[in-house]
Write a protein that binds this ligand. Structure first.
Ligand code: ADP
Ligand code: MG
Length: 373
């Protein structure tokens, strides 16, 4: 059975939890939802930080800012609320900077640190490495959760194609750094020095010769130096990843899953939900965004006053009926799919309608938040 009052469930989470992770597939409205929930909690009196790593900077637009910075920036809520409110700050996560900070923390010696930070390969890939966006978001969360200035941190997750990437990123990044095939076959030559590497590319394995021909000696050297420099840091990385997992499982944390009402998207959300349960992550509910209205319900609410009938061309009338039925079919299919989620999971499912226009300012977020709660 679904909870009787899904909105109350979400509302309670906004009042009580310390971390709220907003996840879901790309384009379903995660960033908007994260900002709207954060605003809602702030208006209810909490000191809230919303953190996004959305490279398209949509959150900044939604908050009415031309840009967001890496440092939490307080928003002006005075026009939205009359009385006492909490506060809302927003920030955008810079993946590269967070990665650098992580290297600084775990490098052991200054020399090792500089070797990595100055490595050409590192400079190029640290922001693009598989899973690094997601991993860094988690890393930052660990830091922010200990920040006494905020009661609640709302984390907008990256626009990954697959929502699961977010949870599995730490493992993937780790295994990439730990067991890269490149690292495996480059290392011995590098350790022996540049000359050996040079000779090796002439006389060594076909794979090395090929790599040298297409990538160049300098590249190979940077690459092997990169992996070599990371050696000794894996333990530190793994330990942090372990802390993040523990933090996310605490009862003060919560996951919200945003989905669109399309069947396929709901299936994906359900799948993600199962994975969250497997990983024992605290879940507070689904937010299904951009629901289509059922014209039968809206027209009942807005029935035209009697005696106001207009003449409508029968051909046009027939086509309007067709449009009406189409909309009804869409709306009903969505509601059937939603009912299944409620029955299958027993979790709170909160609905948000499709708005007429994009949400691009605090007022819009406020409306969105009111529609949720
Ligand atoms: N319920 C809604 N009605 C109308 N527009 C919406 C709604 N939810 C989101 N949008 C718009 O859709 C776009 C994508 O939303 P966004 O939150 O950036 O998605 P995501 O972060 O999941 O990629 C934004 O321009 C946003 O304003
Ligand atoms: Mg987004």
């Amino acid at each position: 059975m679904a909870p009787a009052r899904p909105r109350a469930t979400l509302d309670a989470a906004l009042r009580e939890r310390r971390i709220l992770v907003v996840c879901g597939a790309g384009g379903v409205g995660k960033t908007t939802t994260a900002a709207a929930l954060a605003l809602r909690a702030a208006l209810a009196g909490r000191r809230v930080l919303v953190c996004t790593i959305d490279p398209s900077r949509r959150l900044a637009t939604s908050l009415g800012l031309s840009q967001l910075s890496e440092k939490p920036r307080p928003m002006d809520l005075s026009r939205l609320a009359q009385g006492e409110t909490g506060s809302l700050s927003a920030m955008v996560l810079d993946t590269k900077r967070t990665f650098d900070a992580l290297v600084e923390r775990h490098a052991g010696t200054d020399e090792a640190r500089d070797r990595i930070l100055q490595n050409r390969f590192y400079k190029q890939v640290s922001a693009a490495l598989a899973g690094s966006h997601e991993y860094m978001a988690m890393e930052k969360l660990l830091e922010l959760s200990a920040d006494g200035r905020f009661d609640l941190v709302v984390l907008d997750t990256p626009p990954t194609r697959n929502a699961l990437d977010f949870l599995e990123a730490p493992d993937r990044l780790m295994s990439f750094l730990d067991a890269s095939i490149l690292r495996y076959f480059l290392r011995p030559y590098f350790v022996a020095g540049r000359l050996t590497l040079k000779i090796a590319t002439r006389t060594g394995t076909a794979a090395l010769r090929l790599a040298d021909r297409y990538l160049g000696l300098q590249f190979l050297q940077d690459l092997s130096e990169f992996f070599l420099a990371f050696e000794g840091m894996y333990d530190g990385f793994k330990e942090r990843a372990g802390h993040v997992h523990a933090l996310l499982r605490e009862p003060g944390s919560a996951f919200v899953l945003v989905a669109s009402p399309a069947r396929l998207m709901l299936d994906e959300a359900l799948y993600f939900y199962e994975r969250l349960r497997e990983k024992k992550m605290p879940f507070v509910g689904f937010i299904v965004n951009r629901l289509h209205p059922d014209p039968a319900e809206t027209s009942r609410r807005r029935r035209a006053p009697a005696g106001n009938e207009v003449d409508v061309d029968p051909d046009l009338a027939a086509r309007l009926v067709e449009v009406y039925r189409d909309q009804q079919r869409v709306a009903r299919a969505e509601r059937r799919a939603l009912a299944r989620i409620e029955v299958d999971t027993g979790e709170a499912v909160v609905l948000v309608p499709e708005f007429e226009a994009d949400i691009h300012d605090l007022r819009g977020l406020h409306e969105f938040g009111k529609a949720i709660l």
